[in-house]
Design a protein around this ligand. Structure first.
Ligand code: GRG
Length: 311
């Protein structure tokens, strides 16, 4: 009976994930269409094709899902929420394009398709990433995203802080440095690196949803804690997947963490230790959602999904 109920709940979550992903796809396709925005002069065809290749038809759209579902806790929904959700996805897609470049992780495959630098060329991939990153902030600053300019400014600031030198970009810099370092990173250094490189964008997705929803201070604190712990669970699950998944499942080259002696928690904790830590993080994240009651069921299921995903 309990299993049946949790299966039904899981069906509801999967349906919701797909529905949000479809809405995100439509919004991204429209944002990356041909019509020019005021102040733009021309959208170069090859650049736009590369930006669409990088961002359309692929990915779980987990970060946008977190924005939409967190905003939904407060009854906020509609086009503006979707635009904010797409802004995070644009930053995520840029990071994947740049991460795949030969100068970084050097991957030919992304989301089961050729990486942008393979489908086009390296210079176009760099520019497509730059274009996606810049556009994310254009989308957020546009009044179509939120009528209140203070909320728009808060969203821009939150995303910039999470994506920049003290967040994702900084985490990537630490990761690249660790590959060349003589001494392996300590456990705590790995935790910080991962919180910056992947955790920050997941956590800010939750924060942005809360900002749009008008969360009070206590709600914001609870949700920020949820987002941070969810980000940590996501990254451990990613380390485990790199060790145990297949290329077909994951849609990218796997086993490369071990090949490059990468800074991962599977290395410091062992596979079983990493699994146990992941389970603990899931419990902690779910506990942070207590103040939101049943309304947060989808976020609870998202947490379990993130930790047990196979791609
Ligand atoms: C290049 C500035 C810069 C940063 C790169 C996030 C990142 C930093 C690199 C991504 C490399 C990577 C594969 C990291 C592991 C975790 C991760 C972000 C996986 C991909 O995220 P998913 O699983 O992917 O949400 P989809 O395709 O579903 O969106």
């Amino acid at each position: 009976m309990v299993n049946e109920m949790s299966e039904r709940a899981d069906d509801g979550f999967q349906h919701r994930l797909v529905t949000v992903a479809q809405a995100v796809e439509r919004t991204l396709a429209s944002l990356l269409g041909d019509p020019l925005l005021p102040g733009e002069m021309f959208r170069p065809v090859r650049l736009m094709e590369a930006m669409r290749h990088a961002s359309l038809a692929g990915g779980k759209r987990l970060r946008p899902f977190l924005v939409v579902e967190t905003a939904g806790l407060f009854g906020a929904q509609g086009e503006g929420v979707l635009r904010a959700a797409c802004a995070v996805e644009l930053v995520h897609c840029y990071s994947l394009v740049h991460d795949d470049l030969p100068a970084m992780d050097d991957d030919d495959l992304r989301r089961g398709r050729p990486a942008v630098h393979k489908a086009f060329d390296e210079a176009t991939a760099i520019l497509a990433g730059d274009g996606l990153l810049t556009y994310a902030f254009d989308v957020l600053a546009d009044p179509a995203t939120h009528p209140d300019a203070r909320i728009r400014a808060d969203l821009v600031l939150a995303l910039a802080r999470a994506a920049g030198m003290g967040g994702m970009v900084g985490g990537q810099a630490l990761d690249l440095a660790a590959e060349k370092a003589k001494e392996p990173l300590t456990h705590d250094e790995i935790l910080r690196l991962q919180a910056m490189k992947t955790g920050a964008l997941l956590a800010v997705s939750v924060r942005m949803g809360a900002l749009i929803g008008g969360a009070d201070r206590a709600q914001l604190q609870a949700l920020e804690h949820f987002g941070r712990v969810l980000g940590a669970a996501f990254q451990i699950a990613d380390d485990i997947l790199d060790e145990t998944g297949t290329e077909e499942q994951v849609g990218k080259r796997i086993g490369k963490d071990a090949d490059r002696n990468k800074a991962t928690l599977v290395r410091t904790l062992g596979l079983e230790g990493a699994r146990q830590t992941c389970d603990r993080l899931v419990e902690e994240a779910i506990a942070a959602l207590v103040p939101f009651g049943e309304r947060a069921d989808c976020l609870r299921q998202a947490t379990s999904f993130v930790a047990s995903r196979s791609s």
